[in-house]
Ligand binder design. Structure first.
Ligand code: NAD
Ligand code: DAU
Length: 333
């Protein structure tokens, strides 16, 4: 695997993946394909050495562009997506276009040029679990997506499965839980609360705050994707998770404590329509088959490092803070 094409690598998880590959795999060259939407930032890749990466500014829906890029790639890792649930509720249109049509265009290119394809997906395709349910999601859990975002991701997973079974595309899929770490857009839960506090604003908690997310550090997501790309069985799906279940209110209180505020210094705001209650991943298959293990098992330590990153990278987020909060305010959140 010498030349990989990575879609959506100017975003949060894709840019962390590029950093991970550059650090751990010295002989791999990366071509990035990214549309630089509101969520993409060229700065996220500014420190990648020129001889390790080419950056192509373009759309995954652009067939002509794909037919130029695919013949040069040994494999494609597909992160590009519209990724934020709240945005999908306000306007589903770009979610259908990028997540469904975009993935279809990439699969057609993978078929035409016989390129190995790894599709990045989410645990949200499985819907949600009750707070008191002992079950966790496995690769066998039926699909039951709730939001426009998660239903477009579910649709894209189905396309990948069909293109493998019908046309023999050499594809794998991974469904990961909630990521945290550097370079995450400040619309998302953890960076929104950190940057609110750094801006003199109060954190905002949806609903009753009891919703549970299964947190994984983005570096652990990257190492898992690399393991699947290289050693995963073609046609298989792997769930990625690091046993990090926490309620939103517990995460928020940890942020407030770490940043020196009282644990009650936040506002309750309107709940997200259709808000999934709980996600939980059983990653036994990935661990048993590929020997993968997360290294960031100390959530409080990872959170403290993430807080420090936002404190020391104000230039990275300050320019979009006002507009991000104005959008939330208009939604009552
Ligand atoms: P993000 O919103 O931070 O980044 C998305 C990137 O895709 C941006 O750089 C954007 O410019 C690019 N993009 C969007 N539309 C495009 C198009 N049409 N053509 C080319 N590029 C386009 O997203 P993220 O949080 O880094 O998520 C990356 C992937 O991981 C997504 O597929 C998401 O569904 C999945 N995922 C995310 C999480 C999470 O916790 N954030 C968890 C599991 C899975
Ligand atoms: O589970 C994986 C998914 O995790 C990914 O597929 C998505 O791309 C990613 O955005 C994330 O989705 P969530 O909806 O879980 O993440 P978000 O950061 O938007 O919200 C996390 C939880 O926090 C959720 O229960 C809603 C709540 N929340 C969010 C915001 C922005 C708040 O209580 N207050 C907030 O201000």
């Amino acid at each position: 695997m010498r030349n990989i094409l990575v879609t959506g690598a100017a975003g949060f998880i894709g840019s962390n993946f590029v950093h991970w590959v550059v650090e751990h795999e010295p002989s791999v060259h990366i071509t990035v394909l990214d549309k630089l939407t509101y969520a993409g930032n060229r700065e996220n890749l500014a420190d990648i050495p020129e001889n390790r990466m080419d950056f192509v500014h373009g759309d995954i829906c652009d067939e002509k562009l794909l037919s130029k890029l695919f013949p040069k790639a040994d494999a494609v890792v597909h992160f590009a997506a519209e990724s934020h649930n709240d945005n999908s509720i306000a306007n589903p249109d770009p979610f259908v276009e990028t997540n469904v049509v975009g993935t279809y265009r990439l699969l057609e290119a993978a078929r035409a040029f016989d390129v190995r394809f790894h599709h990045i997906s989410t645990d949200e395709v499985y819907g949600d679990l009750a707070l008191d349910d002992p079950a966790r999601f496995t690769e066998e859990t039926p699909y039951h997506p709730s939001s426009p975002y998660s239903s477009t991701k579910a649709a894209s997973d189905m396309l990948v499965r069909a293109w493998h079974r019908t046309y023999g595309v050499r594809a794998t899929i991974s469904n990961c839980s909630n990521n945290y770490g550097p370079y995450q857009h400040i619309e998302k839960f953890i960076p929104r609360q950190i940057t609110n506090l750094l801006s003199g604003l109060r954190p905002k908690l949806y609903g009753d705050g009891k919703n549970v997310r299964d947190w994984i550090h983005t570096e652990d997501h990257s190492s898992a994707v690399w393991a699947i790309l290289n050693d995963g069985r073609i046609g298989e799906t792997y769930l990625i998770g690091a046993d990090g279940e926490k309620s939103n209110i517990d995460v928020l209180r940890a942020i407030l404590r770490t940043m020196g505020y009282s644990e009650d210094d936040f506002d309750w705001v309107r709940d997200r329509p259709g808000h999934d209650r709980r996600y939980a991943i059983d990653s036994t298959k990935l661990r048993r088959e590929l020997g993968w293990e997360p290294i960031h098992t100390d959530f409080d330590g990872g959170l403290a490092a993430t807080i420090e990153w936002y404190e020391t990278h104000r230039d990275w987020w300050q320019g979009v803070k006002e507009a991000t909060e104005a959008k939330y305010k208009a939604q009552g959140q």
